[in-house]
Design a protein around this ligand. Structure first.
Ligand SMILES: NC(=O)c1ccc[n+]([C@@H]2O[C@H](COP(=O)([O-])OP(=O)(O)OC[C@H]3O[C@@H](n4cnc5c(N)ncnc54)[C@H](OP(=O)(O)O)[C@@H]3O)[C@@H](O)[C@H]2O)c1
Length: 294
């Protein structure tokens, strides 16, 4: 059985690592804030390593799930690169940027370590249930080798193309997510002010052509209930939308809406703070309008 190291026990990394442990893979974990790793090891069969380098020494597959590709770069330079064994694979589940992933893959390749970018979608609940969508970039043979590990937390696993292709698809998906949250927020605040209940409006929209994950799931579960659980930071959605806008610029595709998605995320994050959840962006529209979605 492949032995696995997992670096980054954040909001989504934790349930993903828990699935890997539950599937029976020998697992070593590391987290920058070490208390998270020791707590995880107490609750599972995993071993907590003192350093990231120590965590990956014996690993066939090292999984990273950090905030950004720059953080992956930093962890690699901080001892992981030199500790990875020949023939190992770095499976990067960070929602990263393609250009940095390509540079990392090149550097690892020189040490006979392969790289697969494998960002995920489906949220914390999808990670807990093992139903994440996993979009992969890299060599098909490298993906096949690590597929059993991905299958412990992913349901739909798609090979999107060469290194960076998974990151690119993820970034575009996220820009669409930001746009649908914002657009649905504008529509429902306006309808609420007009006197149409948001519940009634969503009932219609979700049986019509304006529906989306935002209207079908996020608004009913998080906005109408005013629960706004903190599962995915707005700052991370902002990072994703910025990557999407950069890809469009690199490819010389005029993309005003993608850029707007990034700028609106920045505006909302400045208003609401680094820890705000992505769906809380709706609160900015509500504050501007002086009315809540109700
Ligand atoms: N949450 C979701 O629903 C979701 C869904 C799909 C994709 N994603 C993506 O998955 C990735 C992780 O997201 P998350 O929600 O788990 O984020 P998070 O809760 O903010 O956790 C970030 C993790 O990265 C670690 N980290 C950040 N910078 C680091 C650095 N420079 N060196 C070492 N460790 C570092 C943090 O360590 P500390 O504990 O020390 O802070 C933490 O373990 C992101 O790319 C995000 O866009 C998240």
């Amino acid at each position: 059985m492949l032995s696995v190291a997992f670096l980054g026990l954040g909001a989504i990394g934790r349930p993903m690592a828990r699935r890997i442990a539950a599937a029976g893979f020998p697992l070593t974990v590391w987290n920058r804030t070490s208390a998270r790793a020791t707590a995880f090891a107490r609750e599972t069969s995993a071993v907590a390593a003192r350093t990231a380098g120590e965590a990956v020494e014996e690993a066939d597959v090292a999984v990273t799930c950090l905030s950004t590709s720059a953080d992956v770069r930093q962890v690699l330079d901080g001892g992981v690169l030199e500790s990875l064994k020949r023939g190992a694979t770095l499976l990067d589940c960070t929602s990263g940027d393609p250009a940095t992933s390509r540079r990392i893959a090149e550097q690892l390749g020189a040490r006979r370590v392969s790289f697969v970018d494998a960002p995920v979608s489906g949220g914390v609940r999808g990670a807990e249930d093992g139903t994440l969508t996993v979009m992969c970039g890299g060599e098909a043979a490298d993906l096949e080798r690590v597929r059993p590990v991905i299958e412990s937390f992913g349901k739909k696993i798609v090979h999107c193309g060469p290194v960076g292709a998974g990151d690119a698809v993820k970034a575009m998906n996220q820009a669409l997510l930001a746009l649908t949250i914002w657009g649905t927020g504008e529509a429902l605040v306006a309808l609420s002010k007009l006197g149409v209940s948001a519940r009634v409006a969503l009932d219609v929209i979700n049986a019509s052509s304006g529906r989306s994950n935002a209207s079908m799931n996020l608004f009913p579960e998080r906005v109408l209930t005013r629960a706004f659980p903190r599962t995915f930071r707005l700052a991370l959605l902002e990072k994703d939308a910025r990557i999407a806008a950069q890809i469009a610029r690199d490819e010389r595709v005029p993309a005003p809406l993608t850029q707007l998605a990034a700028d609106l995320c920045t505006l909302a994050r400045k208003e609401l703070g680094e820890e705000a959840d992505h769906v809380e962006a709706v609160k900015v529209i509500e504050a501007w309008a002086g009315a809540e979605v109700r």
